[in-house]
Design a protein around this ligand. Structure first.
Ligand SMILES: O=C1C[C@@](O)(C(=O)O)C[C@@H](O)[C@@H]1O
Length: 255
């Protein structure tokens, strides 16, 4: 299993890495939020750009990215535009989506981008290649807010992301029952044991999914999202609480 190294961070060994989202709608809000979030000592910060109001103004987006980059120092920055169909805030065409990702990659202002797996296949391949040339890492992702696919289907999706060239494969599902939570954990463990050759990130959202955000080290998820100033998905808990649990699991699970 290969690890992913970004700046001083190694994803895929030890405790799951803690990623904290930035949910500011304006540059001012983001600049304030990043200071609060940095105090929490996150392993990585995610800019949820779909929430940003002036996303059409690329110069402003670039300036904001510069400010975040500067504020974060060596903390890696993940750039995410979550599309409406996968739970994000804004409806954009696929052309606009890939144009934005491509510009962010080109500017080298971010360390990693999130690309939704269920997008135009050729465009996904193109952005992976472009990111590779620029040294930007790629998470291929899928979000199922409607429910939880079968264990086999989750494994298929994660394998597909890996085969397409993701540095990290990620899936978030919405459990409707404890069985759904077990399905997600089972699929994660199945991937870890049999197929994963690079880090995975998996989570079941909402209250029912809590354990999946805490026990990644046990089942095979290499990172987890914790709420800083504002949560970006249902079920995220406060970073400090999250870190406490991760530390305890690490201490007694693998010494
Ligand atoms: O993909 C993910 C995972 C997530 O949806 C979660 O459930 O924690 C939160 C999002 O901000 C992030 O892009």
């Amino acid at each position: 299993m290969s690890v992913v190294k970004i700046r001083n961070l190694t994803i895929g060994e030890g405790s799951p890495k803690v990623i904290v989202p930035l949910m500011g709608k304006t540059s001012e809000e983001l600049v304030e939020e990043v200071q609060v979030v940095k105090e929490l000592n996150p392993d990585m910060v995610e800019w949820r750009a779909d929430v940003y109001e002036r996303l059409e103004y690329m110069e402003e987006v670039g300036r904001t990215a510069d400010e975040l980059r500067m504020a974060l120092g060596e903390v890696p920055l993940l750039f995410t535009f979550r599309t409406h169909k996968e739970g994000g805030s804004r409806e954009w065409s696929e052309t606009e989506y890939f144009e934005l990702l491509s510009r962010m990659v080109d500017s080298c202002r971010v360390d990693m981008i999130d690309v939704e797996y269920y997008s135009d296949e050729q465009q996904v391949k193109n952005i992976i290649q472009q990111a590779g040339e620029k040294g930007v890492r790629v998470i291929l992702s899928n979000h199922d807010f409607g429910g939880t696919p079968t264990m086999e289907e989750i494994v298929q999706r994660l394998k597909g992301m890996q085969e397409m060239g993701a540095d990290i494969a990620k899936i978030a599902v919405m459990p409707r029952s404890m069985d759904d939570l077990f399905t997600l954990l089972h699929a994660t463990n199945r991937m870890k044991e049999n197929y994963a050759n690079r880090p995975l990130i998996t989570m079941a959202m909402g209250k029912l999914g809590l354990i999946s955000r805490l026990a990644g080290e046990v089942f095979g998820s290499a990172a987890t999202f914790g709420a800083g100033k504002e949560a970006s998905a249902p079920g995220q808990i406060a970073v400090d609480d999250l870190k406490d649990v991760l530390t305890v699991i690490h201490k007694y699970q693998y010494r």
